[in-house]
Design a protein around this ligand. Structure first.
Ligand SMILES: NC(=O)c1ccc[n+]([C@@H]2O[C@H](COP(=O)([O-])OP(=O)(O)OC[C@H]3O[C@@H](n4cnc5c(N)ncnc54)[C@H](OP(=O)(O)O)[C@@H]3O)[C@@H](O)[C@H]2O)c1
Length: 294
């Protein structure tokens, strides 16, 4: 078996293309969807992600501004900035780039964002709405995975999905979304984490395996049965002295071993990553539309 490669770049472009009409309707009403990105500290990966997001917004004629705070900033200063952004009408969405420096409480900071400006869909109120199957901005990476499955015409109804990882930004929400009574959805979901026993026994039962653990090439060929759909969320830097930058990016899945057995697989890079940015744009447009209705 040779896996179909799920092209996240192409599907992300398709999602953005579909958004153009909604953006133009908003623009005709004098509204340019705007995003405030808050970047704290000097984590190199976070800086790259925020720059990529700003570029993607500009390419669609959308407004975005990045607010940079030093790594030494205290909680009160961050909360004050969020309050200021909550009441700034130029911004329909606010994003706080994660992870944050260790001394900052990310739950507290996310909770300060106005739920109606929650571009990442991580506010407790929106996570609760998602859990209940109510309309909400959905967390970008899980939402992007749903779109990858949808546009690749991968059936989820009645399938067994195994999710590796239970983080608030990926594992918990994607597991939740896939068992909702909708399509993509209606799957039976198993969630695995560091305390899971017989992990490989479970992954071998998966029709769809979603790996989001942050462990380079952890999922090996013998973790799956033939014909599994594999979604690799991991983005890990591994040392590669032969490259100009000294590292290369790999997923949580050992691609060369897993792809020959899989029915379909996302590459790293070029799979889930581009979708996360596309869904951030999607959420900002969605929030701008909602703001217009209130
Ligand atoms: N492409 C994108 O747009 C995108 C977006 C977000 C994240 N990511 C990438 O996705 C990966 C995961 O990110 P995250 O933020 O969800 O990670 P995280 O917050 O570090 O959570 C990792 C999860 O994986 C579990 N885990 C770790 N090692 C494990 C193992 N050996 N066996 C089973 N479970 C294990 C942990 O279990 P415990 O709960 O028991 O500790 C935890 O629930 C990272 O590589 C990250 O860079 C990519």
């Amino acid at each position: 078996m040779s896996a179909k490669i799920i092209d996240g770049q192409a599907i992300a472009e398709h999602v953005k293309q579909e958004l153009r009409e909604r953006i133009s309707i908003l623009q005709q009403k004098g509204i340019v969807p705007g995003l405030a990105a808050v970047l704290i500290g000097d984590d190199p990966a976070s800086q790259v992600y925020v720059a990529m997001k700003a570029k993607a917004f500009a390419a669609l004629g959308l407004f975005s501004e990045t607010f940079r705070l030093p790594v030494t900033v205290d909680l009160a200063e961050v909360l004050a900035l969020i309050d200021q952004l909550n009441s700034d009408n130029r911004f329909h969405g606010i994003l706080v780039q994660l992870p944050l420096p260790e001394h900052l409480d990310s739950d507290r900071i996310i909770a300060q964002i106005d739920p109606q400006k929650d571009a990442d869909g991580l506010h407790p109120m929106n996570m609760g709405r998602m859990l209940l199957g109510m309309e909400a901005p959905l967390p970008c990476t899980p939402h992007g995975i749903l779109m990858l499955l949808k546009y690749s015409e991968i059936e989820t109804v009645g399938k067994h999905v195994v999710v590796l990882g239970r983080s608030n930004i990926v594992g918990k929400p994607i597991a939740n979304l896939l068992f909702q009574k909708c399509n993509p959805g209606n799957a039976t979901v198993t969630i695995c984490h560091t305390r899971t026993t017989n992990l490989q026994y479970l992954t071998r039962q998966a029709d769809i395996l979603i790996a989001a653990i942050g462990r380079p090439e952890f999922v090996r060929g013998d973790f799956i049965k033939d014909g599994t759909v594999v979604i690799d969320v991991g983005v890990n830097r591994v040392t590669a002295p032969e490259t100009a930058r000294g590292y290369r990016l790999v997923g949580d899945v050992k691609f060369d071993e897993v792809a020959p057995k899989a029915a379909a697989i996302t590459p790293v890079p070029g799979g889930v990553g581009p979708m996360t940015i596309a869904m951030l744009i999607y959420n900002t447009v969605f929030l701008a539309e909602k703001a217009l209705q209130t």
